[in-house]
Design a binder for this molecule. Sequence first.
Ligand code: CLF
Ligand code: SF4
Length: 299
Amino acid sequence: MTTKQLNLSMEEKTAKHPCYSYEAHHKYARLHLPVAPKCNISCNYCNRKFDCVNESRPGVTSEILTPEKALERFCLVRERLGNLSVVGIAGPGDALANWSETQKTLKLIREEDENITFCLSTNGLVLPDHVDEMREFGIDHVTVTVNCIDPRIGALIYKNVSYQGKTYSGSAGAKILIDNQLQGIKLLTEKGVLVKINTVMMEGINDDHIPEIIHEMKELGAFTSNIMPLIPVQGSVFEDHPPTSMQRITETRKKCGENMRQMTHCKQCRADAIGMLGKDCSEEFIEGRKKCSCKREAG
Ligand code: CLF
Ligand code: SF4
């Protein structure tokens, strides 16, 4: 494939993705299928009673679907929403820590629909093990949450990391996570996958480090960056940490924007979100779901 062809196909993929394209988020809908409950790391800003904070507004809990139920939901949503362009797996834990459920779901949907775009969000711990299979399943948009590239900073962010049957803490755990994130991102971008980097900005912890992260991500070929505020969650290690000010977020996005395109319209959606960003219509599809009255926007 020539560079020109690669660029063209990237543009085509992006044009209808509501997170990767600012313009698309006014026109196209995404469907999150909550098939991934387990997680293999423990972030200090997480309370595992709720959805993964790396992609979600804290304090919501999504129901878990089996792959078969997820297929049913996909068919129903596709029938009713003419503008559905993306199916995403974003928790409520880590999509790759539940790879058998994730892959089964995507396989069932691909048999039903050849064209829908697949999107996946992960903390990246086991990313290098899955890149080839992810490509086979046609996953061409992947979000990796990278909060630091320095294990000493990681030791402040991650309580522990469970990898290959052992649990690591402190900078040893953070180093395993970071090394695998970097390796996995490189493997993905080499295969033409559009990688988005989510970063939770924690004042006094990784705030001054973020431009360095984004510089490294650019070197690895990442496509876009989404810097999100820490929203302290009750019951998490960081429950008393100050929330990140939107002014700091805006300043950091501006600085990092010199290096990589910045997402500014993230809505920190729940793991079972349905519809256009900011216009969730999951209550039409999920029994007992009340319309979300939360007006909070991350960007
Ligand atoms: Fe979902 Fe995430 Fe894919 Fe989008 S969300 S898996 S990239 S299809 Fe989008 Fe929601 Fe922000 Fe995520 S607004 S939380 S960035
Ligand atoms: Fe929680 Fe997500 Fe971190 Fe796992 S990756 S501990 S679900 S915030």
